[in-house]
Design a binder for this molecule. Structure first.
Ligand code: SF4
Length: 335
């Protein structure tokens, strides 16, 4: 479990992974609780050393998939492999040890830090929990990590309320990276920050990845924001991966109508162009995962829907080198 991974080799894999929840039963209701399938039969590989962005609208299951991959949420079917070993059924102490290689960074840097813990204690805690007890070594590692995330060492004695949102996110990132984890799930880590801070924090993620040979699953609702940062992009819709490929290939030629709509809706960096361009908006709401549409799950909103789409769920097909999409139009002569 501890052997190093070659860059580019599979680090974390989902095989037929599903995650279901029972929705809360309504008070005095005689009906059984609904089963919500938040993630359905997902195959996904995250390679060592890469940044894989997982994008889609809110409620599509991307955060749930991220948490299931690092075993902080139970899965209902399928397998999770870490460095080729099945960790799906690990329990107790073995699971706790495997999880030492995984870390999570949350959306809200205000809620994710304990207000009663100083920066030093916040960063020292994971070291102590995982067996470092030498006070000098702990102080050295905490100071090195503050340097690495661009925070003054003198901040170690301060508390979260004394920092700005961007600084708090740097502290949360330092806490996640201090154990040099194999795999980090960053769950919408930019969405509480303004645009200029987003760029700084993205650059920090990239610097740390290169410096500590990290691997990220970067969960985001903002497809435009992850281009130029992610190596590959996986697009998720209603619990399923609908397209995956190199970020450069997807931005140049998105194959799935949902990816095309997300890209078309992304704001242009040119304000004049943004004011005049006509954007083909996605119509309708994302359907409930408790009652997903038959056939292709996107058919109720797809501008290219065909009769076949309502009955037959499309499988992943090659859409170009290293790019796949789940759509009946992919690979058809018209495409
Ligand atoms: Fe649209 Fe049909 Fe493709 Fe689904 S399979 S994305 S409904 S064209």
């Amino acid at each position: 479990m501890t052997r190093a991974s070659e860059p580019g080799s599979p680090l974390v894999e989902a095989r037929g992974l599903s995650v279901s929840f029972a929705s809360p039963k309504r008070f005095l209701s005689r009906h059984k609780p609904l089963i919500v399938q938040a993630v359905k039969d997902v195959d996904l590989t995250v390679n060592a050393g890469e940044t894989l962005a997982l994008v889609g609208e809110s409620g599509c299951g991307k955060s749930t998939l991220g948490r299931a991959l690092i075993r902080t949420l139970p899965h209902s079917a399928g397998r999770i492999l870490f460095k080729g070993e099945d960790i799906s059924k690990l329990r107790g102490e073995t699971l706790r040890r495997a999880r030492a290689g995984f870390q999570m960074i949350f959306q809200d840097p205000y809620a994710s830090l304990n207000p009663k813990m100083s920066v030093f204690d916040t960063l020292a805690e994971p070291l102590i929990v995982h067996g470092t007890d030498n006070r000098t070594a702990i102080r050295r590692k905490v100071e090195e990590m503050l340097d690495a995330v661009g925070l003054d060492r003198a901040f170690a004695s301060r508390y979260p309320h004394e920092f700005s949102g961007g600084q708090r996110q740097r502290i949360a990132i330092a806490r996640a990276v201090i154990l040099k984890p194999d795999f980090i799930v960053a769950d919408e880590p930019l969405s509480a920050l303004d645009v200029s801070l987003q760029l700084q924090v993205l650059k920090l993620f990239d610097d740390l990845r290169q410096r500590f040979a990290l691997t990220y699953l970067f969960v985001s609702h903002d497809l435009a924001r992850v281009f130029g940062f992610a190596d590959r992009v996986a697009v998720m819709y209603l619990g399923r991966i609908v397209e995956i490929g190199a970020a450069s290939a997807i931005v140049a030629k998105p194959a799935h109508p949902y990816t095309q709509a997300l890209l078309a809706a992304a704001p242009s960096p040119d304000p004049k162009l943004e004011a005049t361009r006509e954007v083909p908006r996605l119509t309708g709401e994302i359907p409930s995962p408790a009652n997903p549409p038959s056939g292709c799950r996107f058919h109720t909103r797809c501008p290219s829907v065909m009769p076949l789409c309502r009955t037959l769920e499309p499988e992943m097909r090659s859409a170009g080198p290293g790019q796949e999409a789940a759509c009946h139009l992919v690979g058809s002569p018209a495409n």
